[in-house]
Design a protein around this ligand. Structure first.
Ligand code: SAM
Length: 295
């Protein structure tokens, strides 16, 4: 049951509150939905520049206009690097964008998605239907409403690719940046598999990158990051954590990626094999922080 709806019909500006002294502002043309769910404050509104926008606990999660950048890079980089993933686990991802992109890989036989908040799924299906685009009804997909940290601690199956599409490490998302979560991911990942996770905008959240590096490193032979520029994740490039015991996955050559990309018959607006490869070339301030070198 959702806590009483907070009437927001009069809201005509949305101010993101991720950072205490700076943030982006949206003119709200129409509030489509607002609720304090059992887990977080959920609002979905229309904006002339970005289309329909969804925010959780004061942080922009996704917009119609630029969602393709994040969902393509979060999905096709690990999927095409792996090359033959049949079982995929998604943690979070309630808007359905990651699930939509994973299911485009026809060799995928089963996707388990563990989302803590049913309200996010329901409202995104209703107000952001293009994100999931029917993915939640795909027979290969199993949707589980649970806390991701509990699921990976207890689940009795393993996966080739695990994608953590969580909120920032505040509120319910906080546990998805902890050592117990990463240990659970490790126990659920097949040998030769790869784990990726949204890891914040490094220029603004560099401590998130270094903390993830420290907490993931004991679990995997290789921990690094790749990046993409997502316009409404303001403050610079968005980083994605990458962890695998198979170091070869990170350096799959462009020709091989191109072959897999064509075989998958993907049509992307941001991802290309060249962008895939270059995404791992990190700016010095991130590289230095990750290597523990004072920048
Ligand atoms: N692309 C966005 C970003 O980079 O911030 C994330 C989008 S997606 C909407 C984030 C999802 O994580 C939400 O649906 C939220 O409910 C879910 N979530 C947060 N904490 C969770 C947890 N502990 N277990 C499972 N899902 C969680």
């Amino acid at each position: 049951m959702w806590i009483t709806c907070v009437a927001a019909k009069s809201m005509n500006k949305y101010l993101e509150t991720l950072y205490p002294s700076w943030g982006q502002r949206f003119v709200v043309d129409e509030v489509l939905f607002e609720h304090q769910t059992d887990h977080q404050h959920l609002v979905i509104f229309k904006n002339q520049q970005w289309g329909t926008v969804m925010a959780l606990d004061g942080v922009i999660q996704t917009t119609e206009k630029d969602e393709f950048v994040y969902h393509e890079m979060m999905t096709h980089v690990p999927m095409l690097a792996h090359g033959s993933a049949k079982k995929v686990l998604i943690i979070g991802g309630g808007d359905g964008g990651i699930l939509r992109e994973v299911l485009k890989h026809k060799q995928v036989e089963r996707v388990v998605q563990v989302e803590i908040d049913q309200a996010v799924i329901d409202m995104c299906v209703q107000y952001l239907p293009g994100h999931s685009n029917g993915a939640f009804d795909d027979p290969r997909a199993e949707i589980i409403i649970n806390d991701g940290v509990k699921y990976v601690a207890e689940c009795d199956e393993t996966f080739d690719v695990i994608i953590s599409d969580s909120t920032d490490p505040i509120g319910p998302g906080e546990v998805l940046f902890t050592s117990p979560f990463y240990q659970g991911v490790k126990r659920c990942l097949n040998a030769g598999g790869v784990f990726v996770a949204q890891n914040g905008v490094a220029f603004m959240q560099l401590d998130e990158v270094t903390t993830t590096q420290k907490r993931l490193s004991p679990e995997f032979n290789q921990v690094t990051f790749y990046a993409a520029s997502v316009p409404t994740y303001v403050g610079g490039v968005m980083t994605f954590a990458w962890a695998s015991d198979n170091k070869a996955l990170k350096t799959v050559d462009e020709a091989t990626l191109q072959g897999r990309f064509e075989a998958a018959n993907l049509s992307c607006r941001y991802y290309t094999p060249a962008v895939h490869r270059s995404a791992f070339a990190l700016p010095a301030y991130i590289e230095n922080a990750v290597n523990g070198v004072a920048s």
